[in-house]
Design a protein around this ligand. Sequence first.
Ligand code: ZN
Length: 222
Amino acid sequence: MKVCGHASRVPPHRASAIGLATVEHVLGIGYSCLPDGVSPPSELGSGLAAAAWYWDQLDERKCAELLETFKTNRTGWVPTLVVLERILELGGHDGKPIADPRTLERLRAALHRSAELAVRLHRMGGLTGVGTDFPVDTVSAGESVHRELELLVSLGQATPLEALQIGTLSSARILGFEALLGTVEAGKIANLVVLSADPLKNISNVRSVTLVVHDGKVHHPQ
Ligand SMILES: [Zn+2]
């Protein structure tokens, strides 16, 4: 049985080593990437300001080691970039805008950096997935998946093809459903969309849905 969760206070590299199948979100990642010899200030506490501090300390070598650990242990990372984007726009789970400009700046950098790391994990042959944490922080159903794909391209520098791979086959592998989902092939469940524009030319063309096929049944937009 797969066990999934939000690793933070148990740093993601340790959670991966003891068998957690997936790690979600961005903010906990920094807990595995502190440079040697650096410890958090005692007054740091928890919450957004604390998570932002960790991202400000990020050690490149530790990041590389974390991605290798994820790859070796086949740990899926679902960064839910769209959630951090919403937090930056609207504030945290309490809905209060982030007042501290330093925290805001650090979290903006974390969004860019995490998108790059997530794409790098995919390029290394690791498991990056698309998820959106709907419905927290007013993340919308459906559209947020399109937005996540756009962020992988615009911030993470994924090619549109890589973003689509992350959102389909890679995400199916994370769930252990790759024999049934993730590609259009004979013998798999027919879950797919038909688009009117090429998403390989512009990832935002994933929004041009003209037809949905779910479990083999065709649904036309109203
Ligand atoms: Zn969550």
